[in-house]
Design a protein around this ligand. Structure first.
Ligand code: IVH
Length: 698
């Protein structure tokens, strides 16, 4: 969907719009932070173009329309062949119309397309002389660019020397991957510099900066290979005749990184349908890519088609950019909230001036931890670049330092726990209330009683507050020793509710170990991890006896998580003992303990309990459930579905990726089903799935 063009009503508004656009585009291309985000800039330029179409006599010479880089930049190194921009399309219909007009121009349908990600960095020409990288030139105004050869050696994917001693020019995009950007801003702020607002600005600024005390790596992706006029005529002729996809293979053979080896590689396609399918695929993968893309570039792949189509002054006619919705917007940071989680973690959250990104209104963004705020040098009132792609929680990329007015205020970190007022443990990156999970006893108990944990009906938050306030429970185990008289003494507790609650609590004692473990709220151990641990160890005693090394036998537990779990379980030991003494079940039905763990003899051999069990029908499969379940599965909650999958030896996951083997799609399944279709993953209806795991249904 295209956002509407800015509406320009008169000549004065037009002149102002041109001035704003030129300023923004200069900042953009020079690596400063533009006061307009991409979307706003696009709308402004479309508004300018619309006004000019109505009033051709008023067109100002500075107008950005029809110019490469909006006319903002000039350079002094002439390009051998103009470095052009691309025309944009925004929908399948616009793309189809574009192919039709290209077909008319060349006299037949395009035989083969190439489809590749549109990398969000900046264009650069890299000249190689007899195989050595001799010059780097920015795009500039398209006819001449700026010499940035000082950046040679800092750009991954652009080797100093090619595998063959050829004289060629490689064109492509220089960018910072998300990781390079994070690292770059850290290094920069550590040197007293202001953070860059986003990876694109960071790449532009870094590329142009000379004589910095530090280097920040960038990455190159080639998307063009051309001869250098006047040299090696045989090679030159050959290059001019080869298809774009061939040239990419040739560049890769020379040792250059290209779009063909990007995380979403460029491919060729024969039909418009295939192109559009690839566009959808790339769009679906966008949020997970290690670098930013702002669209998909589609090119006529064959040299003959390109030559016949030719180029205009601004853009070639044989290529087009299919723009994807913007994922970044600038808004203001209004406030930082400090929320205390179930386990006492004190987490900052950014409150933003509401901003719409790709159709969603964003009001909050994650800030991770206090160190993260300091590292990003964020201040209240700052303009911030907010990034949101797919279903991922929006994040603040960085403040837009150039828009500071001086009125921004430092973000105040809490000195005591904002929930209970006790001291804060700041020894780790994530701050924690020293009261730990007691700080949040109510939240912790409500969570433990929840449907996916101990499933104690009648024990909602209101009831838990009552119990805590009356001093009847100080920890989870106290629930199991509540007496009838104690409950009857509470307000709004009649005989029936009391008996029902006592029965529900008694029933909770028989929950499987996986749910008891989950109810304890061990950090990093949610529902599925609790199930995996319980299935591996079979009894609480075995879990408690496990050292960090043994714990790492469980899928998903690595060197970081294992010691944290061991430490938490040690902390929880008195509570676990109290629960066991109250008669709470501490075993996982249907599993057997590992053959040898630290709990047993000193026997070296150890093995997963699963090895002793026959494999279920989902062995080796990763299954995602989406939509409403029907038939025999109708009553199962998502958590119960996941339990079922794991009982049948599968792995339950909540997101569809290339690793997913099966998607169980019920009624009203939405994006996950679509994604499974895009990725070609097997789909099953709830009924089909019920047949598959029939032996495991209770
Ligand atoms: S081809 C003559 N391919 O997008 C054809 N450009 O908005 C020129 N870009 O100036 C470009 N990824 O900086 C091409 N795979 C890709 C690209 C790509 C990013 C940039 C390039 C270009 C701009 C136009």
């Amino acid at each position: 969907m295209t956002t509407p063009a800015a509406v320009i009503v008169d000549a004065a508004a037009y002149a102002q719009a041109v001035e704003d656009a030129v300023k923004a585009s200069a900042a953009y291309y020079e690596g400063g932070a533009s006061p307009l985000d991409d979307d706003t800039y696009d709308r402004l330029v479309r508004g300018i173009a619309a006004y000019e179409a109505e009033h051709p006599e008023q067109v100002l010479p500075d107008s950005p329309t029809g110019k490469v880089a909006g006319g903002a930049v000039q350079g002094d190194v002439p390009h051998t062949v103009a470095m052009l921009s691309l025309d944009n399309v925004f929908s399948p219909e616009e793309f189809t119309a574009w192919t039709a007009s290209l077909a008319r121009r060349i006299g037949h349908d395009v035989e083969q397309f190439s489809v590749e990600p549109k990398l969000d960095g900046l264009a650069i020409a890299a000249r190689y002389t007899r195989g050595r990288l001799t010059r780097l030139v920015t795009r500039g105004d398209g006819t001449a660019g700026e010499d940035v050869s000082h950046a040679i050696g800092t750009i991954e994917g652009l080797p100093d020397e090619l595998a063959e001693p050829v004289t060629v020019e490689v064109r492509g995009e220089v960018l910072m991957t998300t990781a390079q950007f994070e690292h770059g801003n850290e290094v920069r702020t550590a040197h007293g510099g202001q953070p860059f607002a986003n990876p694109r600005g960071a790449a532009a600024g870094t590329l142009r900066a000379k004589e910095r005390a530090y280097t920040v790596p960038m990455t190159f992706f080639g998307y063009g290979l051309l001869p250098v006029p006047g040299t090696e005529t045989a090679l030159a002729e050959q290059l001019l005749e080869r298809a774009h996809s061939d040239l990419m293979a040739q560049a890769a053979a020379y040792g250059v990184n290209t779009t063909a080896s990007a995380a979403v590689p460029g491919i060729t396609a024969d039909t418009v349908e295939q192109v559009l399918a690839r566009v959808s695929e790339i769009a679906a993968l966008r949020a997970e890519l290690p670098f930013g893309i702002d669209g998909v570039v589609i090119k006529a792949d064959l040299a003959a088609d390109q030559q016949v189509a030719g180029s205009g002054s601004r853009a070639p006619r044989w290529a087009v950019a299919y723009k994807l919705p913007a994922v970044e917007k600038i808004t203001r940071l209004l406030e930082v909230e400090w929320n205390v989680g179930r386990t006492g973690i004190i987490a900052p959250r950014a409150v933003l001036e509401p901003v719409t990104i790709d159709g969603a209104t964003i009001t909050y963004a994650t800030l991770h931890n206090p160190a993260d705020i300091t590292r990003r040098d964020l201040r209240l009132g700052d303009h911030v670049m907010v990034h949101r792609a797919g279903d991922v929680i929006p994040r603040i990329e960085a403040p837009v330092a150039s828009l500071r007015t001086g009125d921004e205020q430092p973000i105040v970190f809490p000195e005591v726990c904002p929930r209970c007022g006790s001291a804060i443990d700041t020894s780790e990156q994530r701050w924690r209330c020293e009261n730990g999970r007691n700080c949040h006893l109510v939240a912790a108990l409500s969570y433990a009683a929840g449907r996916d944990q101990l499933d104690i009906e009648g024990l909602g938050t209101t009831r838990v507050v009552q119990l805590v306030e009356a001093g009847l429970v100080a920890d989870l185990a106290d629930l199991f020793t509540l007496t009838r008289d104690q409950l009857l003494g509470l307000e709004r507790m009649g005989e029936t509710s009391t008996d029902n609650l006592l029965a529900a609590i008694a029933a909770a004692k028989d929950q499987p170990l996986s749910r008891v473990l989950c109810a304890l709220g061990v950090r990093g151990t949610g529902r599925s991890m609790s199930r995996r641990i319980a299935r591996y160890f079979a009894t609480m005693d075995h879990i408690r006896a496990a050292d960090t090394e043994t714990l790492q036998q469980v899928e998903g537990i690595g060197t970081e998580k294992a010691p944290a779990i061991v430490a938490e379980l040690a902390d929880l030991a008195p509570l676990i003992d109290k629960l066991a003494a109250a008669g709470v079940n501490m075993t996982e039905p249907g599993t057997t303990p590992p053959r040898a763990t630290a709990a047993d003899s000193g026997d070296e051999e150890s093995g997963a309990s699963e090895e002793n069990e026959p494999a279920g029908p989902l062995a080796g499969m990763t299954v995602v459930v989406t939509g409403a379940m029907t038939g025999p599965l109708e009553k199962l909650s998502r958590n119960q579905m996941n339990e079922l999958i794991e009982r049948a030896s599968g792995r339950a996951s909540s997101s569809v990726s290339k690793k997913t083997t099966l998607v169980v799609a019920g009624e009203n399944a939405g994006s996950k089903r679509a994604r499974a279709e895009t990725l070609g993953i097997r789909l099953a209806t709830p009924d089909e799935f019920a047949v598959l795991i029939a032996d495991f249904l209770d």
